[in-house]
Write a protein that binds this ligand. Sequence first.
Ligand SMILES: [Zn+2]
Ligand SMILES: [Zn+2]
Length: 204
Amino acid sequence: MKLEEELENLLKEIYMKRVEEGEEYEIEDESMKEKLFRLGYIDEDGNLNQKGIERAKKIMRLHRLAERLLNDVLRTDVRKIEASACKFEHVISEEVEEAICTLLGHPSVCPHGMEIPKGECCLRGEDEVRSLVVRLSSLSPGEEGEIKYLSGDDEIIRKITSIGLLPGKRVKVIRVFPTYLIQLGNTHIAIDERLADTIHVTRI
Ligand SMILES: [Zn+2]
Ligand SMILES: [Zn+2]
């Protein structure tokens, strides 16, 4: 593995432990620690500084976008995506990153349910028309979609899955007002807009 990749992986590890899990992280390899310090990513005590956090966030974002791409579009089994995503994250350029993110509809979570840090394309709020994956709430009556993933907190996800709206299922929008009425198999289900927003589908 190239040194640059090793450093990026270390940054990612520190970020996941320190920022996402709120735990301590001690960099054991003194020479790696020294290199991160010289690159300006950590302070003298070995803590990630702002520059380090930004860099780590970017790598996390690329890793998780790659996971979504492999899982949603290339239909790679979620148990097999980790290794490929780890390679992708080091080679995706800024341009490709935005193209992937837009294609996927600016996803907020990876297939493991971890948050994908937002990129500039997400903040610009690029329209979802060009996206492959869209929110269920953006389909019109008569349109069909296949559920790809759910976003939102545990409670919402439990609610959605308990009514059978699971990834892989096909749904048809019957009407969108005053509530969403969708068809799943032979059943019609009424859901509110908040729920329709958290279900991400590909148009069929
Ligand atoms: Zn993931
Ligand atoms: Zn985006």
